[in-house]
Design a protein around this ligand. Structure first.
Ligand SMILES: Cc1cc2nc3c(=O)[nH]c(=O)nc-3n(C[C@H](O)[C@H](O)[C@H](O)COP(=O)(O)OP(=O)(O)OC[C@H]3O[C@@H](n4cnc5c(N)ncnc54)[C@H](O)[C@@H]3O)c2cc1C
Length: 808
């Protein structure tokens, strides 16, 4: 074993081997994979080997497609058979709601290049002869589905990597990982030590244990998972003989089942409701090529549905039931990327669909390690989407919920209850008493809307029970004054003698003067967005940044990576130590004037001013800005004063008819201003020109801010895309995000977000289209629930296009 390497990859499952292969293919060949046993000794060896392109997140779906296309290449490179059977598959719907969901999947596939088609139950039965068409209302055909040999694929990655110069050390168990003062990692094994610049934790079932070696508690949990294999079936033999093809894959969402041919019989697996975690606290090191005891009672309810939906199963025997563990993150997507606070330590774990996702994970991680950027929008897999709040008990609750809902529909207005409430602010019970319906962002409860007694969300793809109530919240803001809780923003304090210089380099905007704020896009070296903030200059107190709450860990990782070594700049994420309230609407100033002795007139406290003032008795930091696009204020307050500030504002607002509004009303309000938001319109694949944020980029400022050269180049060339707002001809449903935008009979773009704008009484969609068609006012269509709706470009904001309300 070598004593030094650029990279040590820990774990020889499908994921570790893919990472190794991708690093070597990308040119880093001084890389070694350490495996405590034989390759595939975790969950990899007993997998069912199914692969598919469908994923709730379109960016992950793209990487799944990449993974499936890769198998031919690694087979050729390695000379090792992967056993790929590209049978195609049918995704089955037994209810109309499921078929609506499938129509959305097909629509997304259009701009992802995934070939999907809605078919009737009869057509499905012609393709997959074991199903009973009477049990279904529709289906989708997917040509990319198939299965493979899990061991063959893993060895093919490893052999291909070796051919490119990488090394694999089997029976080498990593026992500890220690960071040296010079930043290198000592990887200590039962066979000696390797010193490495980078370490990748691809420990699969033992990813938690490997994480703990460096003081990291990763939010992963293994679950038991069962599939059965039948005796040979005459129906299978007949079909094979008659058509010369295998039986196609099937996913029966309502039965919570997946099926494929296995030799002369069938394999049927299920994500049962009565699920069971495995080794909840730590994974035994002596677990290897072992299976767990099957428990047919647990999966019996799903099998009953399966035997009804696929009647041929009633006449065959079960040859074997496989029960094995594999790991999940709380939301079921992988945990990939660099870990904040541990330079050179990377993770590639929590991969629950290693044969659909392993290739994409390896590609993204190797790009990230070598180029400094994953090269794709992998937010849905980024380890930084979780913070310390995602501890072991939370992970346990969420993984169990996610497992049991693996094939369930999640409606756009559906909030999942497990692991909640976890983080709450001091006004939580006050807002609950007013009917707050709660959602969650980065572990924190956030008010979505306020329901009258006896009303709650009815889950639907269409406008639902909240519609008129959200409309009233919007009206309270636009006609008078509304109050919302904004604690879910991420808040940062930047101090130190080098703070201004550092911010000037980190952010693309011009720095504001003391007592002023500005919108602050943050770019990567490639000129694409990595953040957008409100930056405030608090004079001698330092600087204050407010940004997307879900991206706190993501942004702190970026900030800390770029901090100077000399200690001249300090940045702190304020988290729950600072809470927020906001008031907005034409009467907002009247309310503020009543509760504060500060001069809040437009002359003294204009748009984008910020300053300290008491609200009632509560000391607050107040900024004159509002995401509603109205006259409004953001009020930052220590948690111990939040109730006092809230009560003071509500009491003062009573005479102006103050109303509470939640994030759904806020969405309706920002849409009629064409305001985008981080994670939807603003993502790391769009440049500021494309995203319409270039007016906040100080291209001419002296500081050489990160991404300046690339952003200037984009400005010169014009970029490729443009973010646009559209008015949709829709009557009972609104876009959610990820719907295709048609133009001239072809899919040319995609929706990023949207909804009903109650004040303007319009269905609004925001999305990206190629710049060549971005000025066309007509001719667009947006596909919603399987139908194309005419869409008109809305260049100017529907509300307050001249900023009179906002600045007045
Ligand atoms: C019953 C079942 C059916 C499944 N069906 C499918 C399917 O159809 N399709 C699909 O895509 N996925 C399926 N999966 C999931 C799939 O198995 C996983 O996604 C995949 O195996 C994850 O691979 P991995 O490399 O992350 O982890 P693992 O396979 O667990 O590999 C981790 C490796 O790291 C090694 N290791 C850990 N710690 C150390 C250390 N300290 N030192 C050295 N080595 C170490 C382990 O020995 C192990 O070999 C199924 C899983 C099960 C259990």
């Amino acid at each position: 074993m070598k004593s030094h390497a650029k990279v040590v990859v820990i774990g020889g499952g499908v994921v570790g081997c893919s990472v190794l292969f991708h690093l070597a293919r990308h040119g880093w060949t001084d890389v070694v994979l350490l495996e405590r046993d034989e390759l595939t000794s975790g969950s990899t060896w007993h997998a069912a080997g199914g692969m598919h392109t469908i994923n709730g997140d379109p960016n992950v779906a793209k990487l799944q497609k990449y993974t499936i296309n890769l198998y031919k290449e690694i087979e050729e490179l390695s000379g090792q058979a992967t056993g790929v059977h590209l049978t195609g598959g049918v995704l089955l719907a037994a209810t109309e709601a499921r078929l609506d969901w499938l129509r959305g999947v097909v629509a997304k596939g259009r701009y992802l290049g995934i070939d999907l088609e809605v078919i009737s139950p009869k057509e499905a039965a012609e393709l997959m002869p074991l199903l009973d068409p009477k049990q279904f209302v529709g289906a989708v055909r997917n040509r990319d589905d198939g299965h493979l040999d899990p061991s063959g694929v893993t060895h093919a990655y490893a052999k291909a990597a070796r051919k490119l110069g990488a090394e694999v050390e089997r029976f080498t168990k990593v026992e500890d990982i220690v960071r040296r003062p010079d930043g290198m990692w000592r990887v200590i094994t039962n066979k000696g030590e390797v010193v490495a610049e980078h370490v990748v934790n691809a420990g699969g079932l033992w990813a938690r244990e490997v994480g703990r070696m460096v003081g990291l508690e990763l939010p992963v949990l293994a679950m038991e998972h069962m599939y059965l294999i039948t005796e040979d079936m005459p129906e299978v033999a007949d079909w094979n003989q008659k058509t010369g093809t295998e039986i196609m894959h099937a996913v029966d969402f309502d039965g919570e089942l997946y099926l494929r041919q296995e030799r002369g019989g069938m394999l049927m697996g299920t994500y049962e409701k009565a699920n069971k975690p495995w080794s909840e606290f730590s994974t035994p090191w002596n677990f290897g090529h072992e299976l767990l005891a099957p428990d047919i009672d647990r999966i019996a309810p799903s099998l009953e549905v399966g035997f009804r939906h696929f009647p041929a199963f009633q006449n065959t025997g079960i040859k074997q039931i496989i029960n094995g563990p594999f790991t999940f993150a709380p939301d079921g997507n992988p945990l990939v990327g660099p870990v904040r606070g541990l330079p050179g330590f990377w993770v590639a774990c929590g991969v629950m669909a290693g044969f659909s996702q392993g290739g994409g994970v390896g590609l993204a991680l190797s790009n990230w390690m070598i180029e400094g950027d994953p090269g794709a929008d992998i937010w849905a897999m980024d380890v930084a989407r979780y913070g310390d709040w995602a501890g072991m008990a939370y992970t346990n609750a969420k993984v169990r919920e996610n497992y049991s809902r693996r094939f369930s529909i999640r409606f756009p207005n559906e909030e999942l209850p497990a692991g909640r409430p976890l983080k709450t602010t001091p006004v939580y019970d006050l807002l609950s008493a007013k009917g707050a319906q709660w959602g969650v962002a980065y572990g924190l409860e956030v008010p979505l809307w306020y329901a009258p007694e006896g009303v709650k969300d009815e889950f639907s793809w269409r406008r639902s029970s909240d519609f008129s109530h959200v409309g009233k919240e919007v009206a309270a803001v636009r006609d008078g004054v509304g109050l919302s809780e904004i604690s879910s923003f991420a808040k940062y304090k930047v101090t130190g003698e080098g703070a201004a210089r550092w911010l000037d380099r980190m952010l693309a905007c011009k720095l504001p003067k003391p007592g002023r704020m500005t919108l602050a896009p943050m770019l990567k070296e490639d000129g694409k967005l990595i953040g957008d903030f409100t930056l405030a200059n608090l004079g001698s107190e330092g600087w204050f940044l407010a940004g997307s709450g879900i991206a706190e860990q993501y942004h702190m990782r970026w900030f800390e990576k770029h901090l100077p070594d000399d200690g001249s700049v300090r940045i702190e994420a304020l988290g729950a130590s600072l809470t927020g309230l906001s008031i907005a609407g034409p009467k907002a100033r009247d309310v503020l004037a009543k509760v504060s002795r500060a001069d809040v007139s437009n002359a003294a406290f204009p748009f984008m001013a910020i300053g300290r003032m008491d609200i009632g008795m509560a000391p607050c930091l107040v900024g004159r800005v509002s995401y509603t696009g109205d006259l409004g204020y953001e009020i930052w307050v220590a948690p111990e004063y939040q109730r006092a500030a809230f009560n003071a504002l509500m009491a003062a607002g009573a005479e102006f008819g103050i109303g509470l509004f939640g994030s759904r009303a806020l969405n309706a309000l920002r849409l009629e201003k064409n305001y985008g938001s981080w994670g939807r319109e603003y993502r790391p694949i769009y440049g500021p020109l494309e995203a319409g944020l270039d007016r906040f980029v100080a291209y001419g400022k002296e500081a050489d801010f990160i991404g300046k050269a690339a952003a200037l180049a984009e400005r010169k060339q014009g970029g490729k895309l443009r973010l646009r707002a559209f008015i949709l001809d829709a009557t009972d449903a609104d876009v959610i995000g990820d719907e295709p935008i048609w133009f001239g009979g072809a899919v040319r773009g995609w929706v990023t977000s949207g909804g009903y704008s109650h004040n303007s009484k319009k269905s609004v969609a925001m999305g990206y289209v190629p710049k060549e068609i971005a000025e066309e006012s007509d001719g667009f269509e947006i596909e919603l629930l399987g139908k194309r709706h005419a869409a008109r470009l809305q260049a100017a904001p529907l509300f307050d296009a001249n900023f009179e309300r906002m600045r007045g």
